[in-house]
Design a protein. Structure first.
Length: 72
């Protein structure tokens, strides 16, 4: 069977999962701080960054809790 190229969403190793988790937490904290200190408007990029940070943490959490799914 021919192998198809696929996107690998879950990090391949546990250290990469931890690194992704830390990066997601830092990005989320940064966007929350920016959103709370900004005047009356809501920066769209900061909201997108917060959603991406949560998605990154979810993928890293799946990789840490389900080792069989790493690299898929």
């Amino acid at each position: 069977m021919a192998e198809r190229n696929r996107w690998h969403v879950i990090p391949r190793t546990a250290p990469l999962c931890w690194l992704s988790m830390i990066a997601g937490v830092l990005l989320l904290v940064s966007s929350i701080v920016t959103l709370t200190t900004t005047a009356a408007r809501v920066p769209v990029l900061e909201v997108i960054l917060a959603v991406a940070a949560v998605a990154l943490m979810v993928c890293a959490g799946i990789g840490l809790t389900r080792p069989g799914l790493r690299g898929r």
